[in-house]
Design a binder for this molecule. Sequence first.
Ligand code: HEC
Ligand code: HEC
Length: 349
Amino acid sequence: MCNPLSIRLLFYSLVFTLCSCSADTWESPEPFTFEIPSHFQPVPQPVNNPATAQGIFLGRKLFFDPILSLNNNLSCASCHRPEFSFAEPLMVSTGTNGGAGNRNAPSLVNIAYANALFWDGRVKSLEDQVLETVPNPLEMGLPWSQALQRLSQHTDYPDLFFRAFGPGEITAERVAFALAQFQRSLLSYNSKFDKYIRGEAMLTPAELRGLDLFRTEKADCFHCHPPEGSFLFSLNRFSNNGLQVWGAYADSGRATVTGLSSDIGRFRIPGLRNLAYTAPYMHNGSLATLEDVIAHYVMGGHPAPTIDPLMKFTGTGLSLTLQERNDLLGFLNTLNDDEFVSFHVSNAP
Ligand code: HEC
Ligand code: HEC
Protein backbone atom coordinates (compact mmCIF):
# COMPACT_ATOMS: atom_id res chain seq x y z
CA MET A 1 0.00 0.00 0.00
CA CYS A 2 1.34 3.44 -0.82
CA ASN A 3 0.85 6.10 1.74
CA PRO A 4 3.17 9.07 2.17
CA LEU A 5 4.90 7.55 5.18
CA SER A 6 5.70 4.28 3.41
CA ILE A 7 7.14 6.11 0.41
CA ARG A 8 9.37 8.25 2.61
CA LEU A 9 10.50 5.28 4.69
CA LEU A 10 11.37 3.35 1.55
CA PHE A 11 13.26 6.34 0.22
CA TYR A 12 15.29 6.71 3.39
CA SER A 13 16.14 3.03 3.62
CA LEU A 14 17.42 3.21 0.04
CA VAL A 15 19.44 6.34 0.65
CA PHE A 16 20.78 4.84 3.81
CA THR A 17 21.83 1.53 2.23
CA LEU A 18 23.39 3.24 -0.77
CA CYS A 19 25.31 5.68 1.34
CA SER A 20 26.19 4.08 4.65
CA CYS A 21 29.48 6.00 4.55
CA SER A 22 29.27 8.57 7.30
CA ALA A 23 28.34 11.95 5.95
CA ASP A 24 30.64 14.75 7.03
CA THR A 25 28.44 17.66 6.09
CA TRP A 26 25.09 17.92 7.77
CA GLU A 27 22.02 18.84 5.80
CA SER A 28 19.16 19.76 8.08
CA PRO A 29 16.55 17.02 8.10
CA GLU A 30 13.43 17.23 6.01
CA PRO A 31 10.35 18.43 7.96
CA PHE A 32 7.68 15.75 7.96
CA THR A 33 4.06 16.76 7.47
CA PHE A 34 1.64 14.26 8.95
CA GLU A 35 -1.16 13.41 6.54
CA ILE A 36 -4.43 13.62 8.43
CA PRO A 37 -8.04 13.68 7.33
CA SER A 38 -10.29 16.73 7.67
CA HIS A 39 -12.04 15.37 10.78
CA PHE A 40 -8.78 15.31 12.76
CA GLN A 41 -7.01 18.16 14.52
CA PRO A 42 -3.38 18.76 13.54
CA VAL A 43 -0.99 16.36 15.30
CA PRO A 44 0.25 18.07 18.49
CA GLN A 45 4.04 18.28 18.55
CA PRO A 46 6.43 19.98 20.97
CA VAL A 47 8.15 23.03 19.45
CA ASN A 48 11.59 21.63 20.23
CA ASN A 49 10.93 18.28 18.53
CA PRO A 50 9.01 18.70 15.27
CA ALA A 51 8.91 15.51 13.20
CA THR A 52 11.35 15.03 10.34
CA ALA A 53 11.63 12.17 7.87
CA GLN A 54 15.06 11.26 9.25
CA GLY A 55 13.84 11.41 12.86
CA ILE A 56 10.87 9.12 12.18
CA PHE A 57 13.08 6.70 10.24
CA LEU A 58 15.52 6.51 13.16
CA GLY A 59 12.71 6.25 15.74
CA ARG A 60 11.16 3.34 13.88
CA LYS A 61 14.48 1.47 13.79
CA LEU A 62 14.98 2.06 17.53
CA PHE A 63 11.41 0.97 18.29
CA PHE A 64 11.95 -2.46 16.75
CA ASP A 65 15.52 -2.96 18.04
CA PRO A 66 16.22 -4.96 21.25
CA ILE A 67 19.45 -2.96 21.67
CA LEU A 68 17.67 -0.75 24.24
CA SER A 69 17.00 -3.62 26.68
CA LEU A 70 19.46 -4.89 29.29
CA ASN A 71 19.47 -8.48 28.01
CA ASN A 72 19.07 -7.57 24.33
CA ASN A 73 15.82 -9.54 24.38
CA LEU A 74 13.08 -6.88 24.26
CA SER A 75 12.30 -4.04 21.93
CA CYS A 76 9.47 -1.56 22.35
CA ALA A 77 7.70 -3.65 19.70
CA SER A 78 7.89 -6.81 21.87
CA CYS A 79 5.15 -5.35 24.07
CA HIS A 80 3.67 -2.86 21.61
CA ARG A 81 3.26 -5.31 18.73
CA PRO A 82 2.18 -3.97 15.33
CA GLU A 83 -0.13 -6.95 14.69
CA PHE A 84 -2.03 -6.05 17.89
CA SER A 85 -2.26 -2.36 17.00
CA PHE A 86 0.84 -1.74 19.13
CA ALA A 87 -0.67 -3.39 22.23
CA GLU A 88 -0.01 -6.97 23.36
CA PRO A 89 -2.25 -9.98 23.94
CA LEU A 90 -1.11 -10.58 27.55
CA MET A 91 -2.88 -9.34 30.68
CA VAL A 92 0.29 -7.69 31.97
CA SER A 93 3.76 -7.33 30.47
CA THR A 94 6.96 -9.18 31.27
CA GLY A 95 10.11 -7.04 31.39
CA THR A 96 13.67 -7.73 30.25
CA ASN A 97 14.43 -9.63 33.47
CA GLY A 98 11.33 -11.82 33.23
CA GLY A 99 9.57 -9.84 35.97
CA ALA A 100 5.84 -9.38 35.51
CA GLY A 101 4.52 -5.83 35.61
CA ASN A 102 1.09 -5.04 36.95
CA ARG A 103 -0.39 -3.29 33.95
CA ASN A 104 -1.59 -4.07 30.45
CA ALA A 105 0.41 -2.55 27.58
CA PRO A 106 -1.85 0.05 25.93
CA SER A 107 -2.17 0.41 22.17
CA LEU A 108 -0.13 3.32 20.85
CA VAL A 109 -2.66 4.20 18.17
CA ASN A 110 -3.15 8.00 17.84
CA ILE A 111 -1.07 8.36 20.99
CA ALA A 112 0.05 11.79 19.75
CA TYR A 113 -3.34 13.11 20.92
CA ALA A 114 -3.10 11.89 24.53
CA ASN A 115 -2.29 14.65 27.00
CA ALA A 116 -0.98 12.36 29.75
CA LEU A 117 0.65 8.97 29.38
CA PHE A 118 0.54 5.66 31.25
CA TRP A 119 -2.60 4.44 32.98
CA ASP A 120 -1.84 6.75 35.90
CA GLY A 121 -0.76 9.72 33.76
CA ARG A 122 2.64 9.95 35.41
CA VAL A 123 4.33 11.46 32.36
CA LYS A 124 3.14 14.23 30.11
CA SER A 125 5.00 13.68 26.85
CA LEU A 126 6.14 10.87 24.60
CA GLU A 127 9.68 12.18 25.04
CA ASP A 128 9.54 11.85 28.87
CA GLN A 129 7.93 8.43 28.53
CA VAL A 130 11.03 7.06 26.74
CA LEU A 131 13.37 8.58 29.34
CA GLU A 132 11.53 6.58 32.00
CA THR A 133 10.94 3.31 30.09
CA VAL A 134 14.47 2.42 28.98
CA PRO A 135 15.99 2.25 32.50
CA ASN A 136 12.78 0.88 34.15
CA PRO A 137 13.62 -2.64 35.48
CA LEU A 138 10.06 -3.83 34.71
CA GLU A 139 10.54 -2.83 31.08
CA MET A 140 13.87 -2.45 29.24
CA GLY A 141 16.02 -2.25 32.41
CA LEU A 142 19.01 -0.65 30.65
CA PRO A 143 20.82 2.25 32.35
CA TRP A 144 21.13 5.19 29.95
CA SER A 145 24.94 5.19 30.16
CA GLN A 146 24.99 1.67 28.72
CA ALA A 147 22.31 2.42 26.15
CA LEU A 148 24.28 5.37 24.79
CA GLN A 149 27.50 3.39 24.75
CA ARG A 150 25.86 0.59 22.75
CA LEU A 151 24.34 3.00 20.25
CA SER A 152 27.54 4.97 19.70
CA GLN A 153 29.51 1.76 19.02
CA HIS A 154 26.92 0.45 16.57
CA THR A 155 27.63 0.36 12.82
CA ASP A 156 24.48 2.28 11.76
CA TYR A 157 23.26 4.44 14.63
CA PRO A 158 25.95 7.17 14.77
CA ASP A 159 25.22 8.04 11.14
CA LEU A 160 21.44 7.88 11.60
CA PHE A 161 21.57 10.17 14.65
CA PHE A 162 23.82 12.56 12.73
CA ARG A 163 21.33 12.72 9.86
CA ALA A 164 18.38 13.28 12.19
CA PHE A 165 19.89 15.66 14.73
CA GLY A 166 23.20 16.94 13.37
CA PRO A 167 26.65 16.95 14.92
CA GLY A 168 27.07 15.99 18.57
CA GLU A 169 26.90 12.97 20.82
CA ILE A 170 24.05 10.47 20.91
CA THR A 171 22.12 11.51 24.01
CA ALA A 172 19.15 10.08 25.90
CA GLU A 173 17.22 13.14 24.76
CA ARG A 174 17.93 12.39 21.10
CA VAL A 175 16.83 8.77 21.54
CA ALA A 176 13.64 10.01 23.18
CA PHE A 177 13.09 12.59 20.43
CA ALA A 178 13.38 10.01 17.65
CA LEU A 179 11.12 7.46 19.36
CA ALA A 180 8.54 10.14 20.11
CA GLN A 181 8.51 11.26 16.47
CA PHE A 182 7.94 7.71 15.27
CA GLN A 183 5.11 7.18 17.75
CA ARG A 184 3.40 10.40 16.63
CA SER A 185 3.30 8.86 13.16
CA LEU A 186 1.09 5.98 14.40
CA LEU A 187 -2.03 7.63 13.09
CA SER A 188 -5.19 5.68 12.44
CA TYR A 189 -8.10 7.26 10.62
CA ASN A 190 -9.40 4.70 8.16
CA SER A 191 -11.81 2.69 10.26
CA LYS A 192 -15.32 2.16 8.94
CA PHE A 193 -16.50 4.82 11.40
CA ASP A 194 -13.97 7.36 10.04
CA LYS A 195 -15.17 6.59 6.54
CA TYR A 196 -18.77 7.03 7.72
CA ILE A 197 -17.87 10.44 9.22
CA ARG A 198 -16.24 11.43 5.92
CA GLY A 199 -19.25 10.23 3.94
CA GLU A 200 -17.26 7.43 2.29
CA ALA A 201 -19.06 4.45 3.87
CA MET A 202 -22.44 3.55 5.32
CA LEU A 203 -23.01 1.89 8.67
CA THR A 204 -25.43 -1.04 8.79
CA PRO A 205 -28.74 -0.52 10.65
CA ALA A 206 -27.35 -2.55 13.58
CA GLU A 207 -24.17 -0.44 13.73
CA LEU A 208 -26.25 2.75 13.61
CA ARG A 209 -28.37 1.48 16.50
CA GLY A 210 -25.12 0.74 18.38
CA LEU A 211 -23.83 4.26 17.66
CA ASP A 212 -27.08 5.67 18.96
CA LEU A 213 -26.80 3.66 22.20
CA PHE A 214 -23.16 4.74 22.54
CA ARG A 215 -23.79 8.44 22.17
CA THR A 216 -27.02 8.83 24.09
CA GLU A 217 -27.93 8.47 27.76
CA LYS A 218 -29.18 4.95 26.99
CA ALA A 219 -25.80 3.16 27.16
CA ASP A 220 -24.02 6.39 28.03
CA CYS A 221 -20.50 5.75 26.80
CA PHE A 222 -20.01 9.13 25.12
CA HIS A 223 -19.48 11.20 28.26
CA CYS A 224 -16.16 9.50 28.87
CA HIS A 225 -15.38 8.21 25.36
CA PRO A 226 -16.68 11.09 23.20
CA PRO A 227 -16.87 10.33 19.45
CA GLU A 228 -16.65 14.05 18.60
CA GLY A 229 -13.22 14.83 17.22
CA SER A 230 -13.10 11.09 16.82
CA PHE A 231 -9.35 10.71 16.83
CA LEU A 232 -9.15 9.29 20.36
CA PHE A 233 -12.54 8.41 21.91
CA SER A 234 -11.21 9.49 25.28
CA LEU A 235 -12.05 12.48 27.41
CA ASN A 236 -8.31 12.58 28.14
CA ARG A 237 -8.78 12.62 31.89
CA PHE A 238 -8.77 10.21 34.83
CA SER A 239 -11.79 8.28 35.96
CA ASN A 240 -12.89 5.35 38.11
CA ASN A 241 -15.29 3.17 36.11
CA GLY A 242 -15.86 0.75 39.00
CA LEU A 243 -13.70 -2.04 37.65
CA GLN A 244 -12.25 -3.16 40.98
CA VAL A 245 -14.07 -4.14 44.18
CA TRP A 246 -13.64 -1.27 46.68
CA GLY A 247 -11.43 -2.26 49.60
CA ALA A 248 -9.52 -4.77 47.47
CA TYR A 249 -7.86 -2.45 44.93
CA ALA A 250 -4.66 -4.05 43.63
CA ASP A 251 -3.72 -0.82 41.87
CA SER A 252 -4.80 2.60 43.07
CA GLY A 253 -4.05 4.20 39.68
CA ARG A 254 -3.80 7.99 39.59
CA ALA A 255 -3.42 8.09 43.39
CA THR A 256 0.03 6.45 43.05
CA VAL A 257 1.10 9.71 41.38
CA THR A 258 -0.84 12.36 43.31
CA GLY A 259 -1.17 10.65 46.71
CA LEU A 260 -4.75 11.95 46.86
CA SER A 261 -7.40 9.64 48.26
CA SER A 262 -9.85 11.17 45.78
CA ASP A 263 -7.70 9.66 43.00
CA ILE A 264 -7.84 6.07 44.26
CA GLY A 265 -8.95 3.79 41.44
CA ARG A 266 -8.88 6.48 38.80
CA PHE A 267 -7.15 5.61 35.51
CA ARG A 268 -6.63 7.47 32.27
CA ILE A 269 -9.71 6.92 30.12
CA PRO A 270 -8.36 4.83 27.25
CA GLY A 271 -9.16 5.34 23.58
CA LEU A 272 -11.43 2.84 21.85
CA ARG A 273 -9.78 2.40 18.47
CA ASN A 274 -8.75 -0.99 17.11
CA LEU A 275 -10.30 -2.86 20.04
CA ALA A 276 -10.53 -6.04 17.93
CA TYR A 277 -6.71 -6.12 18.05
CA THR A 278 -6.02 -4.99 21.61
CA ALA A 279 -7.58 -7.58 23.96
CA PRO A 280 -7.41 -8.08 26.89
CA TYR A 281 -8.88 -4.83 28.20
CA MET A 282 -8.55 -2.38 31.12
CA HIS A 283 -5.42 -1.31 33.05
CA ASN A 284 -4.89 -4.82 34.40
CA GLY A 285 -6.06 -6.76 31.35
CA SER A 286 -8.75 -8.33 33.53
CA LEU A 287 -11.50 -8.32 30.89
CA ALA A 288 -10.74 -10.82 28.14
CA THR A 289 -13.34 -9.88 25.54
CA LEU A 290 -15.48 -6.96 24.44
CA GLU A 291 -18.52 -8.95 25.60
CA ASP A 292 -16.94 -8.90 29.09
CA VAL A 293 -16.43 -5.13 28.80
CA ILE A 294 -20.08 -4.61 27.86
CA ALA A 295 -21.14 -6.93 30.70
CA HIS A 296 -19.10 -4.75 33.09
CA TYR A 297 -21.00 -1.62 32.03
CA VAL A 298 -24.34 -3.45 32.03
CA MET A 299 -23.63 -4.49 35.64
CA GLY A 300 -22.96 -0.79 36.31
CA GLY A 301 -19.50 -1.16 37.92
CA HIS A 302 -18.60 -1.77 41.56
CA PRO A 303 -19.63 1.09 43.85
CA ALA A 304 -16.77 3.14 45.32
CA PRO A 305 -16.37 6.51 47.04
CA THR A 306 -14.28 7.65 44.04
CA ILE A 307 -16.55 6.25 41.32
CA ASP A 308 -17.00 8.70 38.47
CA PRO A 309 -20.42 10.44 38.74
CA LEU A 310 -20.72 9.74 35.01
CA MET A 311 -21.02 6.03 35.86
CA LYS A 312 -24.73 6.54 36.26
CA PHE A 313 -25.82 2.93 36.54
CA THR A 314 -23.69 1.83 39.49
CA GLY A 315 -25.88 -0.07 41.91
CA THR A 316 -28.81 -0.31 39.53
CA GLY A 317 -27.16 -1.69 36.40
CA LEU A 318 -27.77 -0.60 32.85
CA SER A 319 -30.65 -2.42 31.24
CA LEU A 320 -29.76 -3.42 27.72
CA THR A 321 -31.42 -6.25 25.81
CA LEU A 322 -29.25 -8.90 24.20
CA GLN A 323 -29.96 -7.26 20.85
CA GLU A 324 -28.80 -3.88 22.19
CA ARG A 325 -25.58 -5.38 23.56
CA ASN A 326 -24.90 -6.90 20.15
CA ASP A 327 -25.61 -3.57 18.46
CA LEU A 328 -23.19 -1.80 20.81
CA LEU A 329 -20.55 -4.42 20.08
CA GLY A 330 -21.19 -4.00 16.35
CA PHE A 331 -20.61 -0.26 16.67
CA LEU A 332 -17.36 -0.74 18.66
CA ASN A 333 -16.14 -2.95 15.82
CA THR A 334 -16.59 -0.11 13.32
CA LEU A 335 -13.65 1.57 15.10
CA ASN A 336 -11.17 -1.04 13.80
CA ASP A 337 -8.73 0.22 11.20
CA ASP A 338 -7.46 -2.88 9.41
CA GLU A 339 -5.48 -0.76 6.93
CA PHE A 340 -3.50 0.80 9.77
CA VAL A 341 -2.63 -2.58 11.24
CA SER A 342 -1.71 -4.26 7.96
CA PHE A 343 0.39 -1.26 6.91
CA HIS A 344 2.46 -1.38 10.10
CA VAL A 345 2.74 -5.18 10.06
CA SER A 346 4.04 -5.17 6.50
CA ASN A 347 6.41 -2.28 7.22
CA ALA A 348 7.91 -3.74 10.38
CA PRO A 349 11.67 -4.18 9.88
C1 HEC B 1 7.90 -5.14 28.89
C2 HEC B 1 6.87 -4.61 28.00
C3 HEC B 1 7.08 -3.19 27.49
C4 HEC B 1 8.14 -2.69 26.79
C5 HEC B 1 9.43 -3.40 26.40
C6 HEC B 1 7.79 -1.33 26.46
N1 HEC B 1 6.54 -1.03 26.95
FE1 HEC B 1 5.56 0.70 26.69
N2 HEC B 1 4.18 0.11 28.03
C7 HEC B 1 4.11 -1.13 28.61
C8 HEC B 1 3.10 -1.13 29.67
C9 HEC B 1 2.71 -2.31 30.55
C10 HEC B 1 2.58 0.18 29.70
C11 HEC B 1 1.55 0.73 30.70
C12 HEC B 1 2.31 1.01 31.97
C13 HEC B 1 1.60 1.88 32.97
O1 HEC B 1 0.58 2.47 32.64
O2 HEC B 1 2.10 1.99 34.10
C14 HEC B 1 3.27 0.92 28.64
C15 HEC B 1 2.98 2.25 28.30
C16 HEC B 1 3.55 2.90 27.24
C17 HEC B 1 3.14 4.19 26.75
C18 HEC B 1 1.97 5.01 27.28
C19 HEC B 1 0.75 4.67 26.48
C20 HEC B 1 -0.51 5.23 27.03
O3 HEC B 1 -1.57 5.02 26.41
O4 HEC B 1 -0.49 5.87 28.08
C21 HEC B 1 3.95 4.52 25.70
C22 HEC B 1 3.89 5.76 24.84
C23 HEC B 1 4.90 3.43 25.56
N3 HEC B 1 4.62 2.47 26.50
C24 HEC B 1 5.93 3.39 24.62
C25 HEC B 1 6.99 2.50 24.72
C26 HEC B 1 8.26 2.66 24.04
C27 HEC B 1 8.65 3.80 23.11
C28 HEC B 1 9.03 1.58 24.38
C29 HEC B 1 10.47 1.29 23.99
C30 HEC B 1 11.43 2.29 24.43
C31 HEC B 1 8.22 0.75 25.26
N4 HEC B 1 6.99 1.34 25.45
C32 HEC B 1 8.62 -0.47 25.76
C33 HEC B 1 4.88 -2.23 28.26
C34 HEC B 1 6.08 -2.13 27.61
C1 HEC C 1 -17.29 7.32 33.72
C2 HEC C 1 -16.49 7.23 32.55
C3 HEC C 1 -16.72 6.05 31.63
C4 HEC C 1 -17.89 5.66 31.02
C5 HEC C 1 -19.28 6.26 31.19
C6 HEC C 1 -17.53 4.57 30.15
N1 HEC C 1 -16.19 4.30 30.24
FE1 HEC C 1 -15.19 2.88 29.26
N2 HEC C 1 -13.53 3.25 30.38
C7 HEC C 1 -13.43 4.22 31.35
C8 HEC C 1 -12.21 4.05 32.09
C9 HEC C 1 -11.70 4.91 33.23
C10 HEC C 1 -11.58 2.91 31.56
C11 HEC C 1 -10.28 2.26 32.06
C12 HEC C 1 -10.57 1.64 33.42
C13 HEC C 1 -9.47 0.76 33.97
O1 HEC C 1 -8.61 0.32 33.22
O2 HEC C 1 -9.49 0.53 35.17
C14 HEC C 1 -12.45 2.44 30.47
C15 HEC C 1 -12.16 1.38 29.65
C16 HEC C 1 -12.95 0.97 28.59
C17 HEC C 1 -12.56 -0.03 27.64
C18 HEC C 1 -11.24 -0.81 27.61
C19 HEC C 1 -10.28 -0.18 26.65
C20 HEC C 1 -8.89 -0.77 26.73
O3 HEC C 1 -8.11 -0.48 25.82
O4 HEC C 1 -8.57 -1.50 27.66
C21 HEC C 1 -13.61 -0.17 26.76
C22 HEC C 1 -13.67 -1.10 25.55
C23 HEC C 1 -14.64 0.75 27.18
N3 HEC C 1 -14.19 1.43 28.29
C24 HEC C 1 -15.86 0.91 26.54
C25 HEC C 1 -16.92 1.63 27.10
C26 HEC C 1 -18.29 1.51 26.67
C27 HEC C 1 -18.76 0.63 25.53
C28 HEC C 1 -19.03 2.34 27.47
C29 HEC C 1 -20.54 2.53 27.50
C30 HEC C 1 -21.29 1.33 27.77
C31 HEC C 1 -18.10 2.97 28.39
N4 HEC C 1 -16.83 2.49 28.15
C32 HEC C 1 -18.44 3.90 29.35
C33 HEC C 1 -14.35 5.21 31.58
C34 HEC C 1 -15.68 5.17 31.16
